[in-house]
Design a protein around this ligand. Structure first.
Ligand code: KE4
Length: 431
């Protein structure tokens, strides 16, 4: 156990790391207060440096679908580590993980391992631009695809929807090549495709949005993206970094029956170690170095430890009944959260696909980023802290997904719902 408290560690961390963290969302800026520092995880729980145990619904932002320190994953990593952490040369485990992914995603005949979701989407976009010879890309407001320059872009003003930087340091001319449309807004999507389609290399989408909170695709949204991209010769990229092996075995493309041209993956396929991947049909992937002209590389891509963790994770997920159990426990949680809010007359929308969900303080269904932003962020912050006090660790932002794991039990859900009732009362009292 660390001798220093979270507050002491955070104070020191802020002298060494921007915001005291290695990824911004962890700094609690979305909810206020001081981040909790954790020293261990086990199953559905984490233990803080103060020794307090929390029920964890962050799950490392998605990778830990089996829960923390699953024995099969830990043993696989330990065994791999004993043989070597990295060879900088091909190794059997890369083939083994690629076989599992290509064997479960019909649209992915070939893939390339990278080290993060950001690398996966950045490389997928470069592939689309290389293959089509086009420069423009189209994304959807509220979807997050990692922090490469072309994707840190928001809609500019005016009908052109030409992008403007969404971060300092992104050059305007890079941003200008990124078009942005509201998620689930097919009318605007189609008109932009009509006008710009011939210049668009790819359309990149979270098939289930998770980065504005969980926002499912409307009825025909994904199918229309598919047909419009085919019509205009643009490639459809499903960014399944979050949804891959989360919302179904394989991912959203199998759940919704849509065949993207390129798929990006991350999180679950690394089992908690740094992994990303992008994959497509053989013709497209043939454009990737060393066989093709699109360059992409990585020192630790496909490293043995991450491969071992990913293989172990997918092998557990493939066992019979796993997704049924995830569905049942996630539905129990989501239904209980909604019922608890209804019982107290608090307007709440719980939006869920598989084992990813978001509780919005909103009286209407959230269909896009504007809708998400209209939800009550202050109420969420109060709720977040009231849950934290009771030992339930939620994502520290109103615009993130909660992740349920195979390790979450019915007792965990009951404990969460009891804390939920108390937290909602505190939200009402403070209103
Ligand atoms: P990474 O580069 O963080 O591995 O992946 C980027 C990424 C790409 N695509 C999707 C759909 C993603 O959700 C992500 C990363 N998700 C966030 C959670 N909202 C990671 C958490 C963080 O930024 O710390």
């Amino acid at each position: 156990m660390s001798s220093r408290s979270s507050a002491e560690l955070f104070k020191r961390a802020q002298e060494l790391l921007p915001g005291g963290v290695n990824s911004p969302v962890r700094a609690f800026k979305g909810v206020g207060g001081t981040p909790v520092f954790f020293q261990s995880g086990s199953g559905s729980r984490m233990r803080s440096v103060e020794g307090k145990e929390y029920l964890d619904y962050v799950g490392s932002w998605g990778p830990l679908i089996l829960g923390h320190t699953h024995p099969r994953v830990v043993e696989a990593i330990e065994a791999a580590a004993r043989s070597g952490t990295s060879f900088g040369a091909p190794a059997p485990a890369e083939v083994a993980l690629a076989e599992r992914i290509c064997g479960s995603l019909p649209s992915v005949e070939m893939l390339r391992m990278v080290n993060s979701g950001t690398e996966a989407t950045m490389s997928a976009i470069r592939l689309a631009r290389g293959f089509t010879g086009r420069d423009k890309i189209l994304k959807f407001a509220g979807c997050y695809h990692g922090h490469s320059d072309s994707l840190l872009v928001k809609a500019g003003s005016g009908a052109q929807t030409l992008g403007v930087p969404d971060s300092a340091g992104v050059s305007r001319d890079v941003a200008a090549n990124t078009l942005t449309v509201e998620y689930n807004d097919l009318e605007n999507f189609k008109s932009v495709m009509e006008r710009e389609g011939a210049k668009i290399a790819c359309v990149i989408v979270e098939p289930v949005a998770g980065n504005m909170g969980v926002v499912p695709p409307s009825e025909s949204f994904l199918q229309e993206l598919r047909s419009e991209c085919s019509r205009h010769g643009a490639l459809l990229i499903f960014d399944e970094v979050m949804t891959g092996y989360r919302v179904a075995w394989g991912g959203a493309q199998l759940r919704y029956g849509i065949r993207p041209d390129i798929t990006t993956l991350g999180k679950v396929i690394g089992g908690g170690l740094p992994v990303g991947a992008y994959g497509a049909g053989k013709e497209l992937m043939g454009w990737i170095a060393p066989n093709g002209p699109v360059y992409q590389a990585g020192t630790l891509s496909g490293n043995p430890l991450a491969m071992a963790a990913g293989i172990a994770t997918l092998d557990v997920l493939k066992e019979p009944g796993v997704y049924d159990r995830l569905e049942a426990i996630s539905a129990r949680l989501a239904d209980g959260l909604a019922a608890g809010a209804k019982a107290q007359g608090i307007p709440v929308r719980v939006q869920r696909v598989g084992s990813m969900l978001t509780l919005f303080f909103s009286s209407f269904a959230v269909k896009n980023l504007q809708g998400a932003k209209q939800s009550d962020g202050k109420a969420f912050s109060r709720y977040f802290h009231a849950m934290l006090e009771q030992g339930v660790y939620l994502p520290p932002s109103a615009y993130e997904a909660w992740f349920v794991s195979l390790a979450h039990s019915e007792e965990d859900v009951d404990r969460t719902l009891a804390a939920h009732a108390v937290a909602l009362k505190k939200v009402s009292e403070a209103a």
